[in-house]
Write a protein that binds this ligand. Structure first.
Ligand code: HGY
Ligand code: MN
Ligand code: MN
Ligand code: MN
Length: 409
């Protein structure tokens, strides 16, 4: 099993890797994405699985009859954030194929169809909305809204799909596909340090924090940086900067997290006062009330700072994902399977996360669960993201145990 894991990791490693940062730039419907999709197809075909790409651009590799119903599905995503790590997404896909190899080595026979999935555009790095493939499939993103998504160059999602050879005309809810799935289990690298602190290689997800993205447009007045008196300026950078500080303060007060990680400035000249500063807020909290409090607090502060500078502010909520609590039935069954599989009967820890996942989106439609693999530093969405090989292999074994328990017994 470690050989097949290694071989997959080695063949996937160069795709979309930036030599400058050592991170990954695998954005939806780009050349790197196409290479990832080809990689997926080759892994599937090497295992004699039937590969299909659904209307929404998600890839599926099937063992057994896809139309039989009650399928057990595992997998994750292969796209990345800008300069992302190697594990966020790919670990779940590689582990899915490796777990299938492990089950074949065990000689088990499958009672239910099994599929491995690569969800399209999980990170939303190009079009600004995360989990596009699973949101479309589940109906949480309408076809109309999807057609309005544009990247930084003004290319629309359907144009990008078409350019990559995918016909966008059929995108939209796919309830028939979801009805054929009995359980979806996504393995993912942990994006915090809970497992490191508890000393466990693998955990089970309990919940995903509610989270969203808001666009803040501060409209000021472009002017000369050398000749415009300070009192005459309407500089949108000032309220933007104050808003970043307010976000930190409000998040601390509410026990939440709030981040401005992306910014666009117009005209973006060294010697010009900006006409526009556009910042994107990512805010998350353990519960809806805390999230509402932090989001409202940041907007109130931003409006006050903008008014002080004579700057107009428009705030648009671009996406929102409510709290996800993974269903107890599947979660408990997985806990039981892993408990029975462990030699010493150790209970696998159950933990929540502030990161979004396709599993969270699909949990509104089908029984869904997640496994986390220890991340020794907790760093993610960065080239420094890591996981020890022994822990990755423990994750593969755990996933194989779960798939065997669900699909073979
Ligand atoms: O959590 C996120 O930012 C994304 O859904 N992976
Ligand atoms: Mn991510
Ligand atoms: Mn991910
Ligand atoms: Mn003026």
């Amino acid at each position: 099993m470690s050989a097949s894991f290694h071989a997959m990791w080695t063949s996937l490693r160069p795709i979309g890797r930036s030599d400058a940062s050592g991170g990954y730039r695998r954005y939806a419907w780009t050349g790197a994405d196409a290479d990832c999709r080809l990689w997926f197809r080759m892994q599937a075909e090497a295992r004699r699985l039937d590969v299909e790409t659904d209307r929404n651009g998600n890839q599926w590799a099937w063992l057994g009859d896809p139309t039989a119903g009650d399928a057990v599905v595992t997998g994750s995503h292969l796209d990345s954030v800008p300069d992302g790590g190697a594990f966020d997404g790919p670990l779940g896909v590689v582990s899915a194929f490796a777990a299938l190899d492990e089950l074949r080595a065990r000689g088990v026979s499958f009672r239910r169809p099994l599929a491995i999935v690569n969800f399209g555009d999980e990170e939303g790095a190009r079009f600004g909305l995360a989990c596009v493939g699973s949101r479309l499939t589940s109906g949480q993103l309408t076809r109309e809204k999807a057609f309005e998504l544009r990247d930084a160059d003004g290319v629309s999602l359907p144009q990008a799909m078409e350019a990559a050879g995918h016909d966008p005309s059929g995108i939209g809810p796919d309830p028939e596909r979801l009805a054929r799935i009995g359980a979806f289990v996504e393995l993912h690298v942990e994006q915090g340090r809970a497992l490191d602190l508890s000393g466990d290689p693998v955990g089970i997800a309990s919940a995903i924090w509610p989270h969203g993205r808001w666009r803040y447009d501060f409209h000021g007045e472009a002017n000369h940086a050398g000749t415009t008196r300070l009192v005459d300026r309407h500089d949108p950078m000032l309220p933007y900067a104050e808003t970043v500080l307010a976000a930190r303060e409000q998040a601390e007060l509410a026990g939440a997290v709030a981040t401005f990680g992306k910014i666009a400035v117009e005209p973006n000249g060294v010697n010009a006062i900006p006409s526009l500063v556009r910042g994107w807020l990512d805010a998350r909290a353990a519960d809806q009330e805390s999230l509402d409090t932090v989001v409202a607090g940041i907007e109130t502060a931003a409006r006050a700072h903008a008014a002080r500078q004579g700057v107009d502010l428009a705030v648009v909520r671009e996406s929102f994902t409510p709290i996800v609590e993974f269903g107890h039935a599947l979660r408990d069954e997985i806990g039981r399977i892993l408990g029975e599989a462990s030699a010493d009967g150790v209970k696998v820890p159950v933990l929540g996360t502030g990161a979004g996942h396709d599993a969270g989106i699909l949990s509104a439609s089908i029984p869904t669960a997640m496994l986390f693999v220890r991340n020794p530093t907790g760093v993610s969405h960065s080239p420094a993201e890591s996981a020890a090989e022994d822990d990755c292999l423990a994750g593969v074994r755990a996933l194989a145990d779960v798939l065997e328990g669900l699909a073979c017994r």
